[in-house]
Design a protein around this ligand. Sequence first.
Ligand code: CTP
Ligand code: MG
Length: 553
Amino acid sequence: PDRYQHSQGVGRLPQPILLWNRKASHTLRKGSEDKTPKKRFSEVQEERREQAQRTVLIHCPHKVSEKKFLKYLSQHGAINNHFFYESLGLFAVVEFARKESVGSLQSGTLMPHEAAIPFRSRFLSLKLKNAGGQPSEPPSVRASQQLPPSSQRLLERLCRAESVGDQLDTLLQELQLTEENVRLRYLTCSLIEDVAAAYFPDCTVRPFGSSVNTFGKLGCDLDMFLDLDEIGKRSTPKTVGNFLLEFQVKNVPSERIATQKILSVIGECLDHFGPGCVGVQKILNARCPLVRFSHQASGFQCDLTANNRIALKSSELLYLYGALDSRVRALVFSVRCWARAHSLTSSIPGAWITNFSLTMMVIFFLQRRSPPILPTLESLKALASAEDKCVIEGNNCTFVRDLNKIQPSRNTEPLELLLKEFFEYFGNFAFNKNSINIRQGREQNKPDSSPLHIQNPFETSLNISRNVSQSQLQKFVDLARESAWLLQQDGEGGPAPAPRQPWGLAALLLPSVRDSRSLSKKQNRRPASERVKSLLESIKEHNPDSPTATDGK
Ligand code: CTP
Ligand code: MG
């Protein structure tokens, strides 16, 4: 499949490095946006990466005593932070204060006796020497949650909110990546980097996509890329006299073939030697070749690519947009969740709209407001200084990276209105003629006949939604119109919905907007609510513990 066409004390979490952990309250939004300096994407990436290098992953027996476990590990140095989580067993993520502690821990770690491929990774197993005699303390570890809440819990929370705007904020709070989950994502990349380093010492494995762009939802896949560029930059050429030394390397016919060969060996390596890496698939003929695997211990579905700096740059751009105004992420989460609930998106590649495309649509919509909520990519480019200059494979990817240089928007429209207007805008968009273009921030004539055209912000000749079929687009348009209509009805008063009865965003996430519309057309508004209420009941009855309908991508 062509994927791209398609120091704190022990146990206490430090102040989050990520700015998206801040509570996005829309009372704060009105004129008093948080003024704390916002970190650059590259700073966040570097800090997280360094933190992950001081961290180990330990599979633990269930009856482990947290206190004794920490005491045992702190022989190797102070522990900054730790947490436990469940995923096919109990695991602990332990961050030491210093990197040397990891080496010390590894030198005190046994290689198992059974026939095994010896690999001294940072993924370890804790064994109890005397399993019978140990637990004087009851096992008391609190496991942190790495998956999204069930759809029932989510709907209940939404129904208890005070307004539609509050519902959007609630959804964001419930679904966004937690501090622990972000740590686990960076740690997983760091562990994969250790395996890749067997072939390419000094390589870097970086997360990108929704794990880092602040639009990721608990349970989303982990996109990572193998960065070999740094290796080339390591030496400082000495040009004494008339000589210059160059490394002898093997030449291959093209960059693409080089990428395929590198990913092929790394794929083999992960398959044969990567602790906890299972189901390794090499998908090398895709436009962007990748190795897909599942990292069992973290529970992440991973997509490893190479030579993919542009995608990292687009993650940085989305991070920037997400940080500029607190309404952006709330709106994107709701739209993504809405699309997933109605099967407009899927975890299987196909003719569906992707989350990446939906995010672009939200950004574009916010650029079109008056006054605009988000600046165009062209204007971000105009604000760039010399050090922001970035050209990747001939594509100009320059934009200002210091968030503090961008003026906040004067637009104060509430989330509730924006959600309704989003549906209305795209319910009536001239998709047959126009292309969505966040660089210019205005519609442009479509350069080809693909049903949905969203220009790739950096590789401007590419359409990021080339895979989308006419029928999928039509489904999106129909659902958008119906959702706008439903929100409009809500806004027009009538008796306030009874508590716990799905209303506002909750009603939009229920399976059958269409049915409720045709019913309510005939019988006004109450029966529609009755209908969603009974749908909610049926979800509860049939599947009390079902994962949220918005699972996966
Ligand atoms: N990407 C791209 N062009 C595409 C698809 C993806 O440039 N047509 C890049 C984007 O930077 C995107 C990243 O690859 O963020 C990862 O793609 P994907 O996993 O499909 O999207 P995510 O943004 O990670 O969203 P999701 O939560 O659905 O994984
Ligand atoms: Mg992804």
